[in-house]
Write a protein that binds this ligand. Sequence first.
Ligand SMILES: Nc1nc2c(ncn2[C@@H]2O[C@H](COP(=O)(O)OP(=O)(O)OP(=O)(O)O)[C@@H](O)[C@H]2O)c(=O)[nH]1
Length: 435
Amino acid sequence: MSNRAWRRLLMVLLAITGIALAWNRWGMDDRLVIDADSRWPVLVTDDRDLEGGNSVAVLRREGRQVVLDCHLGAGYQYRFCELQFGLGEAPQGLDLSHYDTIEIVMSARAAQAAVPVRVFIRSFHPRYSALGDEGSLKVHEITFTPADYRGALAFPLSQIGVASWWVDEHPLPLEFIAQDLTHVVSLSVATAGKVDAGLHTLAVERIELHGKWISAGTLGLGLVGMWAATMLVCLVIDSLAARRHLRRSSALQTSLRRLNATLQSQANDLARQARQDALSGALNRHGLTEALIGQTRLGDAALFPAALVFIDIDHFKQINDRHGHAVGDEVIRGLAELVRAQVQREDLLARWGGEEFLLLCQATPMAEAYGIAERLRQAVAQADWPARLQVSCSFGVAEWSRGQDLDDAIRRADEAMYQAKRQGRDRVVCAVPLG
Ligand SMILES: Nc1nc2c(ncn2[C@@H]2O[C@H](COP(=O)(O)OP(=O)(O)OP(=O)(O)O)[C@@H](O)[C@H]2O)c(=O)[nH]1
């Protein structure tokens, strides 16, 4: 992905994150109202079914309020009256877990005085609840005095903990004694414990639950997931693209390397062709000059005194005329091979003209050069030539000493070779007679 695409993606993710967080903070409200007009059925209960219980609960409606008149009797130890809103049938009930605040607008009086009340939330759980047995529902409980809050109290729903007496009566593993509001069956307001007998009036105007469709925690997790998933997908796309790019560039590199090698070998061929005679494989004049420049770098001592041997095939025209140019070519090639086989590696052999070769022997005095030429002459005479030819060569030998002009030395060798021709061919003549 390009930098621009990354920047755009980051902007989009930041915008989504910002909008979602702001919406969660100031919007996404979920509100549940429980009052006289809401759809929840209302009923009252008292302790008359219990041992000695003689409290009497009466339900009535007064304007917008649901009122419980409770004649709290002293017969039962834990006397009570209760006003209950049925929120759902067990086992499903109603899920209140996503609400975080509860607001209660109500009053509670007894003998003209403010009294405390209890709020119960009962919920079902298959681990400890049985269908049809209200006593098996988990009881969450909080006690407060409405008058202390001027009749309107709002607090976090998490403050309504599991009733301690319920925990005592239900010895369960720890994970089952925490608040659980996922399957709420009822929400009640009841007289508090240990209040005096007599007439108690509990008037509930409204109970409201507030929350968010999505809790801040869930939203945070969702946003982190969105960032992580997007980054992961982008990184995978990027790494696939990088691998594709790498494959393409390595293929390109390979073909460039091959092309380079081909060009290099062509350049080497061309350089060799520029220095070499194609027919005989010996150096050409330019090649000899270059080779000599290379030799002079090694120092004069390695080169001088050098011997120049001019070699010319005798009556070569006749060979061509009688046996054709192809045979003539073979003789030229054969002579070059024969000379190379007879001399040292450092000696330089160049094709000087049609059937003429120039051999340059380094650090070779005249007497030794004469010996080399004579050996070559005999080798030519004894060699097997195509078409059973009898081939001979004339040799002219001259010395090239330090400080002497090379062209001069070549001319002297050439003249010596012509002298050999004149003297009857198939012989070696030195430019300076040997002592
Ligand atoms: N086959 C062949 N012939 C060549 C080549 N280059 C030159 N020649 C021939 O070599 C012959 C040289 O002839 P000449 O210079 O008269 O010398 P020659 O016949 O060897 O006589 P002498 O040198 O006097 O012994 C010519 O006929 C050229 O055409 C070549 O590359 N291939």
